[in-house]
Write a protein that binds this ligand. Structure first.
Ligand code: PLP
Length: 395
C-alpha cells in the first residue's frame, strides 16, 4: 500500500517513506519529550536514555559498538566527515583512492580537495559496474590518507567487494571508509567482520526521516570532527542532537534488522518480475550493471533511442514514480556519471530508468508498470525521428 493515493512509488533509492512504526516511535519526541539530551534534569536525562537506546539499535544493525556511532545530519555529512577526518589526522598524506561511480557526496568533496592540492585516484569500473580489486590494491601508496569505496551503487545497485577491499587497505595500514547509504537496511552489513574503519548511513533511505544520518568510526581510528562547537556525540560532532529523528533512525534500524530477510526475498522477487517483463516486452532494452551482485530492490534499464525524462513524464502521468539516473542528477542534461563509467552505449544512455522498490511495493504496483511500460516506450519511439526510423518501419 502506498501512502499517497494512486501513486506507485518506485523511487526508493531517492528516498523512502517513513515506516508507520518509525513515525509512531518518533511522534512523542516531536511533542512531549522535547528536552535537550545534554540537560541534567530528569526530562533531559530521559531524552539521553532514549538517544543512547537509538544509538544501540543502529550499532546492532551493523555489528558495531554503540560508542562507535556518531549521529550526523545526513549521508553527505557522514561522507564528508569521514574524508575530512582522515586528511586532518594524516596531514603529511596527500592522496585519496576512490571510484568513478561514487555518489556526489563523495565525488564532489574529492573534487574540492583536488582544488586544494590533493591527488585523487578515481578507479574505473568495468561494464558490469565492478571495480578491479588488483587496481585498488595497486593504487594504495604510502601517501594515501584514505580509501573510500561505496558499499552499493545508488543508480545500478551494484554491490562492491567491501570485505576484500577493506582487508587490502587494512594490510597496507590505510584507513578504509565505505558509503553504505544505499546498502544499510537492504543487505546484511557486519563491520565487526569486515575491515571497515568508517561507514556512512542515511536515515531517509531506510524508512526514517530526511535530515538524519550516522557515521560509524571503529574504536581506535584517529578522528577529527567536521563540526566544532559543543561536546555532543562525545566531542565528535557539535550541535544539539536531532532527538526525534535519532529515535526514528534507531527504530528504523531495529525494524531493518528484523525485516531484512523477509524484505530481501519479497522485494527481490518483485524486482526480478518487473525486470524480466520489461526486458522481454520492451524491444531493445538492456540491463545496466551486474545482475547478481546487486541490491535486491534496484533495477536500472536503458531503452534505446528514447529520452529518459520523457519516459519519466509518461510514467508520472500514470502515477508511477521512478528516476532517470540518480535523483540528484535529475534535471542535468549530462548523462549519469555512473552509466557513463560502465560504458552504456550513447544510443541507450539517455533512455535509462532506475526503478527502486521498497517493503511497501505490492505485486499490483509491479503488474501495473509491466502493463503500461511497453506502450510508453513504443509511443515515445514513434514520436522520435531516430526511434521512428529504427523501430517503426520494421516492426
Ligand atoms: N551516498 C549515496 C550512495 C546516496 O545514494 C546518497 C543519496 O542519494 C547519499 C550518499 C547522500 O545522502 P543524503 O541525502 O542523506 O545526504
Amino acid at each position: 500500500m502506498n501512502t499517497v493515493k494512486n501513486t506507485i512509488y518506485l523511487d526508493n533509492n531517492a528516498t523512502t517513506q517513513i515506516a508507520p512504526e518509525v513515525a509512531e516511535e518518533m511522534a512523542p519526541y516531536l511533542g512531549k519529550f522535547y528536552a535537550n539530551p545534554s540537560s541534567i534534569y530528569t526530562i533531559g536525562q530521559e531524552a539521553r536514555v532514549a538517544l543512547e537506546a537509538a544509538r544501540q539499535k543502529l550499532a546492532g544493525l551493523i555489528g558495531a559498538h554503540a560508542d562507535e556511532i556518531i549521529f550526523t545530519s545526513c549521508g553527505s555529512e557522514s561522507d564528508n566527515t569521514a574524508i575530512f577526518s582522515a586528511i586532518e589526522m594524516h596531514p603529511g598524506k596527500k592522496h585519496i583512492v576512490s571510484t568513478r561511480v561514487e555518489h556526489h557526496a563523495v565525488l564532489n568533496y574529492l573534487k574540492y580537495l583536488e582544488g586544494k592540492g590533493y591527488r585523487v585516484t578515481d578507479l574505473d569500473v568495468d561494464s558490469s559496474g565492478a571495480i578491479d580489486v588488483g587496481s585498488f590494491s595497486h593504487a594504495l601508496t604510502d601517501d594515501t590518507a584514505i580509501a573510500t569505496v561505496m558499499y552499493a551503487n545508488n543508480e545500478t545497485g551494484v554491490i562492491f567487494p567491501i570485505e576484500q577491499l577493506g582487508a587490502i587497505a587494512r594490510e597496507k595500514g590505510i584507513l578504509f571508509h565505505t558509503d553504505a547509504v544505499q546498502a544499510a537496511g537492504k543487505i546484511a552489513i557486519d563491520v565487526s567482520k569486515d575491515a571497515i574503519d568508517m561507514l556512512s548511513i542515511s536515515g531517509h533511505k531506510l524508512y526514517a526521516p530526511k535530515g538524519i544520518g550516522a557515521l560509524y568510526v571503529r574504536r581506535g581510528v584517529p578522528f577529527h570532527p567536521l563540526l566544532i562547537g559543543g561536546h555532543q556525540e562525545m566531542g565528535r560532532r557539535a550541535g544539539t542532537e536531532n532527538l526525534a529523528s535519532i529515535i526514528a533512525l534507531g527504530k528504523a534500524c531495529e525494524l531493518a534488522g528484523t525485516e531484512i530477510e523477509n524484505d530481501t526475498s519479497t522485494i527481490k522477487a518483485l524486482r526480478d518480475k518487473l525486470e524480466k517483463h520489461l526486458l522481454e516486452n520492451c524491444p531493445d532494452a538492456r540491463l545496466n550493471g551486474n545482475s547478481d551482485k546487486r541490491l535486491p530492490n534496484t533495477t536500472n534499464i536503458s531503452f534505446e533511442h528514447v529520452d529518459g525524462e520523457a519516459i519519466l513524464l509518461m510514467l508520472d502521468f500514470h502515477g508511477i514514480c521512478a528516476s532517470s539516473g540518480s535523483a540528484c542528477a535529475t534535471g542535468s542534461p549530462e548523462p549519469s556519471h555512473v552509466l557513463s563509467a560502465i560504458g552504456v552505449p550513447p544510443s541507450f544512455i539517455h533512455g535509462s530508468i532506475r526503478f527502486s522498490l521498497s517493503r511497501y511495493t505490492t505485486e499490483a504496483d509491479v503488474d501495473f508498470v509491466i502493463e503500461v511500460m511497453p506502450g510508453i516506450i513504443k509511443r515515445l519511439r514513434e514520436l522520435s525521428p531516430v526511434g521512428r526510423d529504427k523501430f517503426c518501419a520494421s516492426r
